[in-house]
Design a protein around this ligand. Structure first.
Ligand code: F6R
Length: 235
């Protein structure tokens, strides 16, 4: 495990983008596992800049996103498909046909989750980017999720609904209650993992990476992965 402490969010975004850029440079047809949320926005902004300047290209890159809300139209600005288009895909040379986000609108979401699970297995993720929730969740794998789970439909916990209300006019009742998420098995199967967190996540990062490996802190399982880098702001 490699823990890189940085001074602030700008430095975190630079370091994380450098690691992703290195991956894309080393293997131009790599598969990136991507995350949404507030934390990776600066990282994506750096990747957009470097792509526009011609330093990196996403032409042959394929991507799989961690998760998507159920029953939120993809045109809704808070849908994760819309987030990815706005914060990355619309501004780089990636072929959108090669980008994948779980289908939160599928009539049969259990089947959509199963299909996504098979897709991840067939692609094989080279580098998985992760944020972390205050309760230690990664993707939407909330505390006490089984470490063996593949992609599945999940009911969001109250703490996650409250944390995400800031994206929905601070109104918890507007936050979708269910999502499709990669499971811990999918995340652990990535060849390399990059987890990023700002100063506000310092406490949970400490718990996840220096405490016991337990389903109560989902991210703690990453201690068992052989190639994890954490870039976090020192509190
Ligand atoms: C996002 C995701 C979540 C977030 C986590 C942190 O795709 O799966 O696990 O990474 O909730 O969110 P932010 O970055 O908004 O604090």
């Amino acid at each position: 495990m490699n823990i890189i402490y940085v001074k602030n969010n700008e430095e975190m975004a630079l370091k994380a983008a450098s690691i992703i850029a290195a991956q894309v440079t080393l293997k131009n047809d790599c598969v990136l596992g991507l995350a949404t949320g507030g934390t990776p926005v600066g990282t994506y902004a750096n990747l957009i800049k470097w792509c526009k300047e011609g330093h990196i290209s996403f032409k042959n890159v394929r991507s799989v996103n961690l998760d998507e809300y159920c029953n939120l139209p993809v045109t809704h600005p808070e849908s994760y498909r819309c987030f990815m288009n706005t914060n990355l895909f619309d501004h780089v040379d990636i072929d959108k046909a090669n980008t994948n986000v779980p289908d939160g609108l599928a009539a049969d979401s259990e089947k959509a989750a199963k299909d996504y699970d098979a897709l991840i297995d067939s692609l094989g993720v080279d580098l998985q980017l992760l944020g972390i929730g205050y309760n230690g969740h990664i993707g939407f794998n909330e505390p006490d999720s089984a470490f063996t789970m593949g992609t599945h439909v999940v009911e969001l916990t109250q703490s996650t609904l409250e944390a995400n209300a800031r994206f929905f006019d601070n109104d918890v009742s507007k936050v979708p209650t269910h999502a499709i998420t990669m499971g811990m098995r999918n995340i652990m199967s990535a060849k390399r993992i990059l987890l990023i967190g700002g100063a506000e996540k310092a406490e949970i990062i400490e718990k996840a990476f220096f405490g016991p490996v337990t389903p109560e802190v989902p991210a703690s399982i990453l201690q068992l992965h052989k190639d994890v880098t954490v870039v976090c702001v020192k509190a």
